[in-house]
Design a protein around this ligand. Structure first.
Ligand code: HEM
Length: 455
């Protein structure tokens, strides 16, 4: 089956570059082949078609309704082995739809806004543990903040002993799989060998088992003492029943909890670190943002109105530009052609696998002039379609935490910027690199607090 523009790079080199520096591989191919090309980088070496044309992306991501394209789950590849067979990322079709319906209310509207006070408290508690004048890596700080927030969202608490153990283990597990080698270990089955505690996979299994023990013991605890007044995600899942009146099994609950804990913090922590980098890298951006945030306090008390924060235009533009320039998820999850289809003028046969490439779409010169420049104003001047700006993917698998993640970013940024004056320690240009599942800063972004602000 002829595929569009197969990259003329030896497969082995494609794989190595995909793990070590995927963005440069993508840029090179986009330069040579344009909006559509084919790489052999999947775990089974099945070729995948990479697409970065908004019209084609719309066709693919909305293709479930016509049956032309589907969003299959990750049963046996990366996500399947990490998250488990019952994770939202592993399941598909009706089961996926049912599970999404169950989880969606937890991330929307009033429920989400009710977390604002906790997000503020967690941010304040984490920031106040930092010494004025002492340098720290901003990603470590945003990781601690996001992890505590997601633990609170999922379990309803974050301060007790088991939450602290969970935080600790998740941190260790994420750090273990964060190197390019760690990513390779997840993608390539033959590297998944347990040679004891000193081997990366051995360590991974150990952390995973300890996390599972904590998750299962929390599930058991709740089964013994059902509390219908709780509003956290675990309680929501435990009270749900399917059409046959069956509740979720322990393993289904475990897989979903683990998925949300990882997907919900690694991404937001990285996005927050990038946004703080850009805000402090570019003084004019910081000034404009502070002007907008400070105006909030003019007529109001300590407690800022959450709806107002959510709608601040420049803050929103800064968050969008952060997610545009180096999108934390560089591509959508896999999609599959189900019926013969034409994409960007190429005929694709059933079974062909595709990735919507978010990074390359966000770097299109025709949509975003001077794409390497951080310029929030572009989001004030123009409305982008959901297939031109798609940091959270699209269609049936669009990120379930999208609204929550943006809301979290805004509340955390307002809290930090209104309470502290921060500076970057080094004036260097930080570039993105792979950090397992996300595109993170290539070197630590060190910052320090110079002063407390009077807010
Ligand atoms: C800035 C933060 C985030 C970014 C950039 C991001 C990005 C993405 C992307 C690109 C996808 C794939 C979408 C597709 O294939 O069309 C995705 C899926 C997903 N995200 Fe996020 N995400 C973020 C935050 C979150 C949060 C906070 C949660 C949960 C608390 C979350 C949970 C998920 C889940 C469960 C999926 C799989 C959805 C499905 O298979 O139906 N993400 N995310």
């Amino acid at each position: 089956m002829a595929l569009p523009n197969p990259a003329k790079i030896p497969t082995f080199i494609q794989i190595v570059r995909w793990f070590v520096s995927p963005l440069s591989l993508l840029e090179e191919c986009a330069k040579n082949y344009g909006d559509i090309f084919t790489l052999s980088i999947s775990p089974q070496l099945t070729p995948v078609v990479i697409v970065s044309n908004p019209i084609a992306l719309q066709q693919i991501l909305t293709g479930d309704s016509s049956g032309n394209f589907t969003a299959p789950g990750y049963q046996d590849a990366t996500f399947g082995c990490l998250f488990g067979p019952f994770s939202l990322m592993s399941i598909d079709s009706t089961e996926h739809q049912r599970q999404r319906q169950l989880l969606t209310p937890a991330f929307h509207g009033d429920r989400m806004r009710s977390y604002a006070a906790e997000i503020n408290n967690i941010t304040e508690a984490t920031m106040s543990s930092l010494e004025t004048g002492a340098s720290f890596s901003i990603r470590d700080v945003t990781q601690a903040i996001s992890l505590r927030i997601i633990i609170k969202l999922v379990f309803g608490f974050y301060e007790d002993e088991s939450a602290k153990q969970m935080e600790n283990l998740l941190n260790q597990m994420l750090n273990n799989i964060s190197s390019p080698g760690g990513a390779a270990m997840l993608y390539l089955r033959f590297l998944q060998k347990d040679w004891g505690n000193w081997s990366p996979w051995g360590k991974h299994i150990k952390f995973q088992q300890e996390i599972d023990n904590l998750l299962y013991s929390e599930i058991q605890e709740r089964r013994k003492q059902a509390d219908t007044s709780r509003t956290d995600i675990l309680s929501l899942m435990m009270s749900a029943k399917d059409e046959n009146g069956e509740s979720m099994s322990d393993q289904e609950l475990r897989d979903e909890l683990f998925t949300l804990l990882i997907a919900g913090q690694e991404t937001t922590a990285t996005a927050l670190a990038w946004s703080l980098y850009w805000i402090h890298k570019l003084p004019e951006v910081r000034e404009k943002l502070l002007l907008e945030i400070d105006s909030l306090y003019e007529n109001s008390s300590e407690n800022l109105d959450i709806n107002t924060i959510n709608k601040l235009p420049y803050l929103n533009a800064v968050c969008c530009e952060t997610l545009r320039i180096y999108p934390v998820g560089m591509q959508t999850f896999i999609r599959r052609v189900e019926k013969p289809s034409q994409i960007c003028g190429y005929d694709l046969q059933p079974g062909t696998l595709l990735y919507g490439n978010i990074y390359l779409t966000h770097q299109r010169q025709d949509l975003y002039p001077e794409p390497q420049k951080f310029r929030p104003e572009r989001f004030l001047e123009k409305q982008f379609s959901p297939y031109e700006f798609l940091p959270f993917g699209g269609g049936v698998r669009r990120c379930i935490g999208a609204a929550f993640a943006l809301f979290e970013m805004k509340v955390v940024l307002v809290k930090i910027l209104s309470t502290y004056s921060l500076v970057l320690v080094d004036d260097v240009d930080v570039k993105p690199k792979r950090r397992v599942l996300v595109t993170a800063p290539s070197s630590p972004i060190n910052m320090l607090i110079t002063d407390k602000r009077n807010r």
